[in-house]
Design a binder for this molecule. Sequence first.
Ligand SMILES: [Mg+2]
Length: 218
Amino acid sequence: MGCVIFDFDSTLISVESLDEILSSKVQSNQELTSRLRSITDRGMSGDLPFSESLRLRLELVRPVLEDVRAFGNRAHQYVTDGMPGLIAGLVRAGHDVWIMSGGLFEAIEPVALKLGIPSSHIAAVRLQWNSDGSLSGIDPRDPFAVSKVMGARKLAASWPDPVVMIGDGATDLDLYEQGVVQYFIAFAQHQARPSVVSRAAQLAHNTDELRLMLEALI
Ligand SMILES: [Mg+2]
């Protein structure tokens, strides 16, 4: 038995959830849309700390809780081919399966439940919402709003070895390079970021390759 942790955006699903949520609010504004994308790309390639990328994007466009929930309810259409079967197999084999994401908890939960991953195994950003659903701010106590490494350190004691992280971003690779997980597999089906791919020992181009690599590790 081991622990398999999946990144969400551009790994379990084909898109970046926060960008989808925010850009759907400013569709007609090309300039805002491209500024959002540029901030995400700088964050994912490691040029900008995650906490900064989150803050800048939420400053640019303020989502309401309803926007986030609406994305969550349609996000199953973006699930990567082969992931539902792969995850069901891992759960059946008794492995601990987690989603760890810089995305928003409410956007991820409906997809996780469909994939058979309980809410307790979702580590993601929790924003604070006012009672009318407007955004109050970033929860200052949420370690995942700072970085995945900081959040993961708090959870790592409960994970059975070996721990494998799968993702496309610099923040995913960080978990391996900082020693929080034992293995990292770069997942390049949707995004092959040179700064990540060049430093990853293992690279999966699709879920078939990923399945074979996991079978060899756990
Ligand atoms: Mg990602």
